[in-house]
Design a protein around this ligand. Structure first.
Ligand code: FES
Length: 415
């Protein structure tokens, strides 16, 4: 008996494809001859050269074994979809259970054991005779990691007074996979990487600590992609860092805050994370949808609220242990100055001393025709935020970061 199923089929639009190699080297397909509709390549293509259409197709039945029990499912779909069809429940992105937050193969949060090996269920095609084990609790979590590299500026929550723009302030890694789909993703080569070999938290921490020692940095940092979307991995990673580093070394998490629930924050702090950057980006859901590419308004509101609540929660409950930074973004095509002022008032009402960093969104990924804000525009943003009562505002500009007390860098010269 054959199945008739509806699924997305992705095709290449030859008019848009630039043959850039992203889909052959960075975000690669695990089923190139029979699209499984996982949409990884659709989300990842930097030139939007992939189109999707939902189609009705016939599919042969295949047998799979899940924790030893036999099931029949249609072929030509992902393991995640097959499991969902037979009633397997993935966890929420903030839970420690296998979940599906990125669906592009970078975060490894959807990992199960397939034919004896850990593998991502979101991008792996289901095959006849596949043996799947959902018992992964004892398995070390995995994640694709870029770096480590030493960094002169750091991230949103790097304490501004530690940055002198000539010495390395942090050793950082960047992890693949994100739950947002920002068309101007500023780090898309990492975010959509599903090809590099994943590391365990122990392996990533070991490498980062070596980098920290070589460059004598004041802190270590993890950014992305979105680090929080593989909770088991991230908690273990901070525990490993805490075991290996002297207590005074800052352990910095740079996050979009979308899934940073209070219990998740508590667990991170307990694991040793003592420096958190949360980036709600803006205040209005419509702006947030434009910036993040999230089309579901309810989801956008939930993400935005969770991020702002994370700022409040860290400030109220962990200010003695955690140095907090808040991230906003600016580009006149995406955010108005009125909204910047509103965001400023919101942060000032939480705590006017919170460090605020505003990124000047520059042309990248799928928004290559959006001009970068000028230095003058960014200085105006800084002034507006300071006028709302904020005391520590840093703006990223074409000539470097400009922070409190005119602390800034131009061509590596501190002026
Ligand atoms: S959801 Fe599968 S790798 Fe992120």
């Amino acid at each position: 008996m054959e199945y008739t199923i509806r699924k997305y089929i992705v095709r290449i639009n030859p008019l848009k494809c630039r043959k850039c190699g992203f889909c052959t080297q960075v975000n690669t397909c695990k089923s190139p001859n029979n699209c499984i509709g996982c949409l990884s390549c659709y989300y990842a293509c930097p030139h939007s050269a992939r189109t999707i259409r939902e189609e009705e197709v016939t599919a042969k039945p295949v047998k799979i074994y899940v924790d030893g029990v036999e099931y029949i499912v249609p072929e030509g779909i992902s393991v995640a979809e097959a499991l969902t069809k037979i009633g397997f429940k993935y966890g929420k992105p903030w839970s420690k259970k296998p979940s599906l937050p990125c669906r592009t193969g970078g975060c490894w949060s959807c990992m199960l054991i397939i034919n004896g090996l850990p593998e991502r269920t979101c991008i792996t095609p289901v095959r006849n005779g596949m043996q799947i084990s959902t018992n992964v609790e004892k398995l070390e979590p995995l994640r694709i990691v870029h770096g480590p590299q030493p960094h002169i500026v750091g991230g949103k929550a790097t304490p501004w007074w530690e940055v002198d723009y000539s010495s390395y302030v942090e050793a950082a890694i960047w992890v693949a996979g994100c739950n947002l789909r920002c068309p101007q993703c500023q780090n898309y080569m990492v975010t959509y990487d599903n090809t590099s070999k994943p590391l365990t938290p122990r392996e990533a921490a070991e490498k980062l600590v070596v980098c920290h020692k070589i460059y004598s940095t004041k802190g270590v940092a993890i950014s992305g992609g979105e680090p929080t979307i593989n909770r088991r991995w991230l908690i273990e990673f901070f525990k490993e860092l805490t075991r290996r580093l002297k207590p005074k070394v800052r352990k910095h998490l740079d996050s979009n805050g979308t899934i940073l629930t209070p219990d998740y924050i508590d667990e991170l702090v307990e694991a040793g994370c003592n420096n958190i950057g949360v980036e709600p980006k803006c205040v209005n859901p419509e702006t947030y949808m434009k910036i993040t590419g999230i089309e579901d308004r309810e989801k956008a509101i939930q993400y935005l609220q969770t991020a702002w609540k994370a700022v409040e929660y860290i400030n109220e409950n962990h200010s003695d242990q955690v140095y907090l930074g808040v991230g906003l973004v600016y580009n006149p095509k995406l955010v108005t100055l009125d909204e910047i002022a509103e965001a400023g008032r919101k942060i000032a009402s939480i705590n006017p001393k919170i460090q605020v960093t505003v990124l000047d969104y520059f042309p990248a990924f799928r928004r290559r025709d959006t001009p970068r804000p000028t230095v003058k525009e960014m200085l105006k943003v800084k002034k507006i935020l300071e006028d709302q009562g904020l005391r520590t505002v840093i703006v990223q500009t074409q000539i470097g970061h400009i922070g409190p007390g005119n602390h800034r860098k131009t061509n590596n010269i501190l002026i």
